[in-house]
Design a protein around this ligand. Sequence first.
Ligand code: ATP
Length: 588
Amino acid sequence: MADENALESKPAQSIPERPKDAPAAEAGAAPAAEGEKGPSKSALKKAAKEKEKAEKAAKRKAAEEAQKKQQDANDVSANDYGELPMIGSQEYKPSGVSRVTLAQIAEKYNETTPIDEAGGAEVCFRAVVENARNQSAKLSFLVFREALNTIQAVVAASDSLSRQMVKFAGSVPSESIVLVHGLVKKTPEPVKSATISHLEIHVKKLYVVAKADSQLPMQVSDAERPLPLEGEEAKEDESGRPIVTLNTRLNNRVIDLRGKHNRAIFAIKDGVTALFQEFLRNQGFIGIQTPKLLGAPSEGGANVFEVGYFATKAFLAQSPQLYKQMLIAARFERVMEVGPVFRAENSNTARHLTEFTGLDLEMAFEENYHEVVEVLENLMLYIFNGLKTKYKRETDLVRSIYHVEEFKLPEAGKVPRIPFSEGIQMLRDDGLEIGDFDDLSTPDEKRLGALVLKKYGSDFYVLDQFPLNIRPFYTMPSHTAPAHQAGAKDPNSGYSNSYDFFMRGQEILSGAQRIHDAEFLCKRMREHVSPVDPNSDGLRDYVNAFRYGCPPHAGGGIGLERIVMLWLGLPNVRLASLFPRDPNRVMP
Ligand code: ATP
């Protein structure tokens, strides 16, 4: 055992003894001079009384200390509990004791295998105290947590386990980290409050490795309760307990993140990233890292953060768009990136952040941009199916508090791919007044999502061929668009080879075929609804990249936090960001 023999201090030992010759109390000291006559009779009487009182108190204290000392001397568990010295503060002596995880305990002693050892199997593990309570002078209960697992523990007084140890165990503050030696036993009844309900630990030794403050700014259990859904203003949950607001939770994010649901959310987020990279790497994509500090705002000046850069200024990248295309021009053929995206949008909504994680990709295609759309559809299906199989436990855990419908997936190869014009027609048939080339508002998108779900039975679909005038300058116009005709009256009218992907009626991906011809690109930059100068500092190198023979290409940008939010049915995208940034928050 690491430093168990070097227990720093037991609570009992930590009370300093009073030196034998010290004055019992300050009250016994001579009173201050009260004038030439000296103290009055009544003052002397009062002082004598106080001295007597203080002497009695000191005697009582000494008797208590002696009794405690006696008890400590008789504490059979004296070396089996207490606070360990801070790791790193003493010479390292390997304990030689192998430790297990709660997950390993649950797996080894599952519901069907009997525990061979009579009286239980010996284990040693480190865990967090979820809660501890003294049931009586002879019995304490604790719940230990590690990752998503919890297990109940019993500390019972016996000939070999002292009452002092029982008391100590029941008073360990929640969230402290402890080292436990104990026996694993099967429980007569399932323990409802623990995830490992068929087992419990009978504690033999308990050491505090890192003690938590006894007063926490919020409880971990607060993080495991639902927030009100968008538009709802609940102040209490179903049991009448006040809901800790999102603001408080985010202000105390380290404690908040300890909640099991948060743990599951971020395991899923990591899973989406891994599945994204796994799928694309298998398809020949190379991971890239494009710069986030730019010398000029690249995609138009709006929504860009300006930062000081030595004697001049720089701008935070709003997407890797221009760089991933330049890498296609550099003959990389297929690229992907997972990286931060900065948007100086003052959007205080439940789905916008000022810094989010972009899952971006770009690829050259042979004949038609739908080759890329197909890769993107298959990528998303791979991610969804991977989440369903590999992250079922985490998904079910989060969805158990945010009660959302199962995410309905289409069959492979049957992702609804709906032309924008058809989407508009579906909305009109549903009673919405909307122009052919109008952009869809968020409520329109959600309404279309519901119509698609009804018609195609899928929560995931693609809207293809968006109006050209609502897409960025680098978007390839459809072959029917006037932009391809010389001297067209309205070169921004018509459709474009662009698409958005949706989950539960909300956008998760935006993409398009990009213009790969430098001259046509310059023309589109100048005639775009928000024109940009192809010779400007931020765009010159980008445009030049297409002068040396660039293959036709298309790609897309996906919001990682949006996928997590919509997969799980979270009411706010901030819940899918570890330390979210929005117009009102850049801390912690
Ligand atoms: P929206 O219309 O939802 O504001 P957008 O059209 O500005 O999004 P793009 O610039 O095309 O989005 O970005 C690609 C993807 O990045 C979006 O589909 C979305 O998943 C995600 N995304 C965009 N803006 C944000 C944001 N502010 N916070 C979180 N995710 C975002």
